[in-house]
Design a binder for this molecule. Structure first.
Ligand code: ADP
Ligand code: MG
Length: 322
């Protein structure tokens, strides 16, 4: 049964790479890392009831399990290559596995990621994906490296996924196209990892992170790793029209600052290179918005248009917080 499931997954993958010397089927995969490259490795787990609702579409779970990992590779400036899936299932539900694999394969195909192995076990539904990619030696983007005076940027728009989490269950929204929830729900269910932007930021960004737990929390990690603080301009936060059509300004700000699951990149750049960054990312089809600057000190402060600090009690998502 287990082997039928593995075969069902393998059969649905549509990426073949010449650097896979031995893929699914042996005790481990054999992979050729190109000369002059560093291997970038990350892993992330999605647990039913924690990271997705129990009734979530299996295709969305498959997509997202890979997307959250590719987002980590993007934040490192890495080019993705390979992935492994550790799948824990309550029962041998072939239809679930096929649909899950279809969702995974749809995203893997977009980014030329080959599935090279995994593990299949019985237990409460949980999916762990490991993703592997490359960067040229010493070219990876890290959380440490932000310098005082750097400009803080974020890609895309913030808060949509957190808003979707709130409207989930309310249905598709009103007839007004701007007030439909479809766009928001897509941001939650099918995040698009910013791989092109990550590559474009090599040699340009001083520090970078993907926004998975909320902007304040994740920029806070950059600040802590870099030994600096940050000041954000609340009015500069990029918001989608789908978000602003459905929520008031205060709710939008809260979603953008503390909502999780955005999978955008937040990065810092020497201020003299601001224009270069915006133009370079625009060429990859990605919007980049200047949202603040790196300051001496520690922690992230949010300022209104008059420069007064706004209180931000909720900072972001964390496990093991009661
Ligand atoms: P072993 O007992 O040696 O760990 P398994 O029976 O777990 O081997 O797996 C057999 C092969 O199938 C291995 O190559 C493994 O990487 C692959 N595999 C198992 N589960 C998955 C999965 N969910 N997705 C992709 N490959 C898998
Ligand atoms: Mg195994």
């Amino acid at each position: 049964m287990e082997f039928d499931l593995i075969e069902a997954i393998r059969a649905r993958m549509n990426v073949a790479r010449g650097d896979v010397a031995l893929g699914i089927g042996d005790d481990a995969a054999l992979l050729d890392v190109p000369a002059g490259r560093q291997l970038v490795a990350c892993t992330d787990t999605l647990v039913a009831g924690v990271h997705f609702p129990d009734h979530a579409a299996p295709e969305d779970i498959g997509w997202k399990a890979l997307a959250v990992n590719l987002s980590d590779l993007a934040a490192m400036g890495a080019e993705p290559a390979w992935a492994l899936i550790a799948l824990t299932l309550p029962d041998a539900d072939a239809r679930f596995v096929e649909r899950f694999a279809d969702g995974f394969a749809a995203l893997a195909g977009q980014h030329n990621v080959a599935l090279v192995g995994g593990d299949t076990t019985q237990g409460p539904l949980s999916i762990t994906v490991t993703a592997l990619g490359f960067v040229p030696h010493n070219a990876a983007l890290a959380r440490a490296g932000a310098g005082v005076g750097d400009t803080v940027f974020v890609t895309g728009t913030l808060g949509d996924a957190a808003a979707a989490f709130q409207v989930r269950g309310l249905g598709p929204g009103t007839g007004d196209p701007k007030k439909r929830h479809t766009e928001l729900l897509a941001r939650l269910d099918r995040p698009e990892p910013r791989l092109g932007a990550g590559l474009a930021l090599r040699g340009l960004a001083n520090a970078c992170i993907d926004v998975s737990d909320g902007l304040l929390a994740d920029l806070g990690h950059v600040c802590a790793a870099s030994g600096v603080g940050a000041e954000l301009n609340a009015d500069a936060l990029p918001l989608s029209s789908a978000l602003t059509a459905n929520f008031d300004a205060e709710a939008c700000r809260q979603f953008a600052l503390a909502g999780g699951d955005d999978y955008e990149l937040c990065f810092t750049v020497p201020s003299v290179r601001e224009t270069e960054v915006v133009e370079k990312l625009a060429r990859t089809g990605c919007r980049a918005t200047r949202i603040g600057r790196i300051a001496a000190g520690s922690g992230v402060r949010v300022l209104d248009s008059r420069g007064s600090e706004i209180a931000t009690p909720r900072r972001g998502w964390e496990h093991f917080v009661p």
